[in-house]
Design a protein around this ligand. Structure first.
Ligand code: BGC
Length: 333
């Protein structure tokens, strides 16, 4: 039985790759992780749109492991995909995988996160600096006047280029206020791998170090905001301290309505994911999709597209996230 099965499987694999003609392209989608809600949505929309365009998608997820993601990409290349779409766990570590793709003449689209110092063909993302400005701006506008406000800053994964851009956006707003003595940063740190438990530890450390007297926690995404809020809850501070986020995760939107998180940044994922599928199919067919910008990734000026983001709080949650079909009103309760 075993001996019959093996050649049959081989034949199937051969048939799958043989059908990878440009008319029905095969796309390799390599994800860092599927743990956060957003990436599951990105994947689902991407596959749906690719299907409509007659393409097939092979998905790999690396569980935040660089070695595994390099292996994932190499395995996709060996399965003869026509194009690769990559969300890197680590924008620097994926340079090597892109080199393998270049050698195999497989075009590469970086999705959401940039791959550094690599010959990638396209980069599709949101305006990440604007995300940081929305977070910093929201907090700054609501800090107490007449005294120096005390804030904690929790950044994202230091291996993610986006995390630096979110910080840069926050800095654009906060640094002048810090310099003017209006804000004091009582504690700051980077949450490794964007893990909520790491953000919780940072928040615990902040409270231990500087006491309960904290006005705001500028956090870079909803997952880590959840971790910080857990720490605040343990000290009876949840709802009393302004907390920012990003992604409009369901749990974060519920927290916003309950008052333990002040805001999130909504990124219309269906626009970006569907666009990425169209770009991938075009690239596989040898077409040149239109882009609106270029970005230097250290190796070249990468043709790029930046989608807009929306700042969301209790006031506009329904007119944005719900109206756009991202969450159903009934699920927010
Ligand atoms: C994405 C965010 C996400 C974070 C953690 C960032 O690169 O832009 O939307 O929350 O990674 O996965």
């Amino acid at each position: 039985m075993k001996t019959l099965l093996a050649p049959a499987l081989l034949l199937l694999a051969f048939a799958a790759t043989a059908f990878a003609s440009k008319k029905r392209p095969v796309i390799g989608l390599s994800l860092d992780t599927l743990k956060e809600e957003r990436w599951q949505r990105d994947r689902d929309t991407f596959i749906e749109e690719a299907k409509k365009l007659g393409a097939t998608v092979i998905v790999q997820s690396a569980n935040s492991d660089d070695t595994r993601q390099v292996r994932d990409v190499e395995s996709l290349i060996s399965r003869n995909v026509d194009v690769l779409v990559i969300v890197p766990h680590n924008g620097a570590a994926m340079t090597r995988a892109v080199k393998s793709a270049n050698d195999a003449k497989v075009p590469v689209v970086a999705y959401d996160r940039l791959i550094l110092n690599a010959n990638i063909d396209y980069y599709l993302t949101f305006d990440n600096v604007k995300v940081g400005e929305a977070q910093g701006g929201y907090a700054a506008a609501r800090l107490p006047a007449g005294r120096t406000a005390r804030i904690v800053r929790i950044y994202g994964a230091p291996t993610d280029n986006n995390a630096k851009l979110f910080k840069q956006g926050q800095d654009n707003i906060l640094l002048p206020l810090i310099k003017a003595g209006k804000i004091e940063v009582v504690h700051e740190d980077w949450a490794l791998d964007w893990k909520p438990e790491n953000a919780k530890k940072i928040m615990n450390a902040a409270i231990t170090k500087s006491g309960r007297n904290i006005d705001a926690v500028v956090v870079s995404n909803d997952g880590t905001a959840g971790g910080a809020i857990q720490a605040l809850q343990e000290d009876g501070l949840a709802g009393k301290v302004l907390v920012t986020g990003q992604d409009a995760d369901l749990a974060a939107c519920q927290r916003i309505l309950r008052g333990t998180q002040a805001m999130t940044v909504y990124k219309p994922l269906k626009n970006l994911a569907a666009l990425a599928a169209r770009v991938a199919v075009d690239v596989a067919k040898g077409k040149k999709p239109a882009t609106s910008a270029t970005l230097d990734n250290g190796a070249k000026q990468v043709p790029s597209i930046f989608e807009k983001v929306i700042s969301v709080d209790k006031e506009n949650l329904h007119s944005t996230v719900v109206a756009d079909g991202f969450h159903r009103a009934a699920d927010l309760k």
